[in-house]
Ligand binder design. Structure first.
Ligand SMILES: [Zn+2]
Ligand SMILES: [Zn+2]
Length: 182
């Protein structure tokens, strides 16, 4: 079971992101619109929000059956030493945050694709994946939207295998994943 946690995001995007997470990770998705405390992580000198502070706040939240928690936020995020971040996640941990602030595009299709990529990327980190050398893999690092647009929203074969192993304990039902005889 999965909970997606949003703040100030349009309904169409919420539905699209939930569908994308369900398809990509094959986990049940629950959407909650629990708001963040106002100005959580806000830095007035940068007019940005500190991603690490948001992750720490999320670590204190709990919901029954929660496996991973994703926050999609509308404001701009930063981390020390970086001008901005598209998102941040606890590596091999529970929580991830993604900002749509720098992903917006006049064409909704392009915009949503960008969000899917960053969501898949940050959730990939939650499932223990690190950055990938394959520039077409969603786990490759992007420091600009140009690079986000260049990569795909899917995992390369190596990353997909690691993800499959990480997901195995969470998949429901005893008969859904028969082991192939070697
Ligand atoms: Zn990353
Ligand atoms: Zn990869």
């Amino acid at each position: 079971m999965y909970i997606v946690f949003f703040g100030g995001i349009e309904e169409r995007l919420i539905l699209a992101v939930s569908g994308n997470v369900r398809r990509t990770f094959r986990l049940g998705v629950r959407v909650s619109s629990v708001p963040f405390p106002p100005k959580l992580g806000y830095n007035p000198y940068r007019d940005q929000y500190h991603a690490g502070t948001i992750l720490r706040y999320m670590a204190g939240l709990d919901f029954p059956g929660l496996v991973k928690m994703l926050a999609v936020v509308s404001f701009d995020l930063y981390e020390e030493g970086l001008n901005f971040v598209f998102g941040e996640a606890d590596l091999g941990g529970r929580n991830a945050v993604v900002s749509i602030f720098r992903l917006k595009h006049g064409d909704e299709k392009v915009f949503f694709e960008r969000v899917f990529k960053e969501v898949n990327h940050e959730l990939g980190h939650c499932f223990g994946l690190t950055h990938c050398e394959d520039p077409s893999c969603v786990m490759s690092f992007s420091s600009s939207v140009v690079e986000v647009d260049r990569k795909g929203k899917d995992f390369c074969e190596t990353c997909r295998e690691s993800l499959g192993r990480a997901l195995r304990p969470f998949l429901e039902g005893p008969h859904q994943h028969p082991q192939k005889p070697e």
